[in-house]
Design a protein around this ligand. Structure first.
Ligand code: AHG
Ligand code: MN
Ligand code: MN
Length: 340
């Protein structure tokens, strides 16, 4: 496709033409997500300049300090998306309960799950951060908004109809899938649009990079310790040690590994018995993206896409990236166990 003149909306509209049954509701939902991410991107860009930086002093439902930009990003998403008419309900990292659409707005058939700002511990250091989102169709048959809609939100990632992330890095990028490949767009600030830059991203079957917080080594299971020792040795399938790369922003670590090939790991450890990352709005959407790019995401035992969530903020161990690498970590866990 003609990259120089193809923005995200054009691209989506062309893709939608292949589905004459599409109502346009989805395209308008995407336009709203785009607007929200452009506004967040603008704030991230000036984070060092204005008083937006710093702590609110509040603690979020995960027991972590909430930085002002996390809260701002949440509010932008909610304000833009609640009034668009395409959503039935939302859930986010920064809100304990599901987010219902106020009665004064029309409701639609889609459900949005999102991490408004991922990697927020990196904000002050001017290191890449991101937003992750996933879109489901609502499950409930009855009128949206009546009985809480937990069943709409608590769906396995294999039910996602779309997933994506925005990365606020040296450029702002928007990467998404609707189940027809993974496509990346880069913000051109001079036109104020996301232009097509990475059509149909495919990730290498085997990578050369591993990304993990190795400070947790002594708290990991034997299976994970043995796996990491193995990929650092010259006994692994590449015949030489993998490179270590860890930013501490899931979106940024994932994005780099998606393009270059590699594995990101956040295993369970003695402190975090179920891992740290959240199934619904971190692991799930990225699992759909990686699968569309030819990679794989696992909790060490099974495909992330198949896990039925029971809680909004449920955590999961996460192994994600190049398929052969993730399958190999599963083998180590099978052989040596994952007890912590
Ligand atoms: P968030 O900023 O949304 O809370 O997510 C932080 C996550 C994720 O982005 C990153 O991969 C991970 O935390 C890093 O954790 P450690 O500091 O334990 O390595
Ligand atoms: Mn996060
Ligand atoms: Mn977050």
């Amino acid at each position: 496709m003609d990259r120089e003149t193809t923005n995200l909306q054009h691209f989506l509209i062309e893709k939608q033409r292949e589905h004459p049954e599409a109502t346009g509701e989805f395209t308008s939902l995407f336009a709203e997500i785009l607007l929200a991410s452009k506004i967040i991107s603008r704030e991230v860009r000036k984070a060092g300049l204005v008083e937006i930086l710093g702590l609110t002093g509040k603690i979020n439902v995960q027991g972590e300090e909430v930085k002002k930009l996390d809260e701002y990003s949440l509010q932008v998403f909610v304000r833009v998306l609640q009034r668009g008419g395409s959503l039935c309900v939302m859930a986010s990292e920064e809100t304990e309960d599901i987010i219902r659409i106020p009665d004064k707005y029309p409701k639609g058939k889609y459900v949005l799950v999102f991490d408004p700002l991922d990697g927020s511990s990196n904000i002050e250091a001017n290191v890449s951060i991101g937003t992750i989102f996933g879109i489901y169709k609502r499950r409930s048959e009855d009128e949206c908004g009546h009985d809480g809609n937990y069943e709409d939100v608590l769906q396995p990632a294999k039910n996602l109809v779309a997933a994506g992330y925005v990365i606020y890095g040296s450029s702002t990028m928007f990467v998404y899938t609707t189940g027809q490949g993974v496509h990346g767009f880069t913000m051109d600030p001079s036109v104020g649009e996301f232009l097509l830059s990475h059509e149909n991203i495919q990730t290498p079957k085997r990578g050369k990079i591993y990304s993990v917080n190795e400070g947790n080594y002594n708290s990991w299971s034997e299976g994970i310790r043995k796996y990491i020792d193995y990929i650092k040795s010259d006994k692994n399938k590449n015949g030489k040690p993998y490179k270590s790369r860890y930013i501490g922003s899931l979106v940024a670590d994932f994005h780099r590994n998606l393009l270059y090939g590699g594995i990101f790991l956040y295993p369970r450890d003695k402190k975090a018995k179920n891992g740290k990352l959240r199934l619904l709005y971190e692991a799930g959407p990225l699992a759909m993206i990686v699968q569309q790019a030819g990679g794989y995401a696992s909790n060490g035992v099974k495909n992330i896409l198949d896990i039925e969530p029971t809680e909004i903020h449920q955590r999961t161990p996460l192994f994600i990236g190049s398929k052969e690498d993730v399958l190999e970590v599963e083998e180590f866990i099978k052989k040596y166990g994952d007890e912590v």
